[in-house]
Design a protein around this ligand. Structure first.
Ligand SMILES: O=C(CO)[C@H](O)[C@H](O)COP(=O)(O)O
Length: 221
């Protein structure tokens, strides 16, 4: 079993009957969703809240009942992947472009579980370019303001066209190399007009499930 499958499936151990579960986006949480689908077919009663259209489609295929955020007050658990995780359990997310909905859902959940293969674990965040979601209007201006914080922002492009998020926005992938203070940077970025949200998740994860020397390791806050 590959590491993504190992950690992705491990996370379902925290899901119990009756829970409202935030369903993340990406190739690791894919295994969580597939496993939850199996359990639902076997009688597990949960409701899922998807963090992206892609995840909504996968959850539908797997027969996981979905609920709209406006129909609930809070989530019991959210499970999601990450692009980088540091030793304080701070994260970079948004490699799949779903960071805004992922942050809203992680924030609304009592417990936020992160599933990450060993390649995601780092001493310091920043080598992975930080995804920043920005509105289309004035993107060049916004990009210059973001660059003033010490990075090189690059507009995300897919198949020759700017990548558009599920919310109709662009993504700037911002190469900071090293992020000394994730909390400070998270705030500074979000104060720039035109920035909708950024992929720094600070003090957000309750539990990180990863792999070390072929063994599943769990770190808790
Ligand atoms: O933040 C994300 C999507 O916006 C993903 O969770 C992150 O990119 C990790 O993805 P993967 O599990 O495919 O490596």
């Amino acid at each position: 079993m590959n590491e993504k499958q190992l950690v992705g499936e491990k996370a379902v151990e925290y899901i119990k009957d009756g829970m409202v579960v935030g369903l993340g986006t990406g190739s690791t949480v894919y295994y969580t969703i597939k496993k939850l689908g199996e359990l639902v077919k076997g009688g597990l009663k949960i409701k899922g809240v998807p963090t992206s259209e892609l995840t909504a489609a996968l959850a539908n295929e797997e027969g996981i009942p979905l609920v709209d955020l406006k129909e609930i007050e809070a989530l019991d658990v959210a499970i999601d992947g990450a692009d980088q995780v540091d030793s304080h359990l701070n994260l970079i997310k948004g490699g799949g472009g779903a960071l805004l909905r992922e942050k809203i859902i992680a924030n609304a959940a009592s417990i936020f579980i992160v599933v990450a293969d060993s390649s995601k674990v780092v001493n310091q965040l920043g080598a992975f370019p930080l995804p920043v979601e920005v509105v289309q209007f004035g993107v060049d201006m916004t990009s210059r303001k973001v660059a003033c914080l010490g990075c090189v922002p690059k507009l995300r492009v897919r198949e020759g066209q700017p990548f558009i998020t599920d919310n109709g926005n662009y993504i700037l992938d911002c190469d900071f190399k090293r992020i000394e203070s994730p909390a400070e940077l998270e705030m500074k970025l979000n104060m720039i007009p035109g920035v909708v949200e950024n992929g720094l998740f600070v003090n957000s994860a309750s539990r990180v499930i990863t792999v070390e020397n072929n063994e599943v390791i769990e770190s808790v806050k």
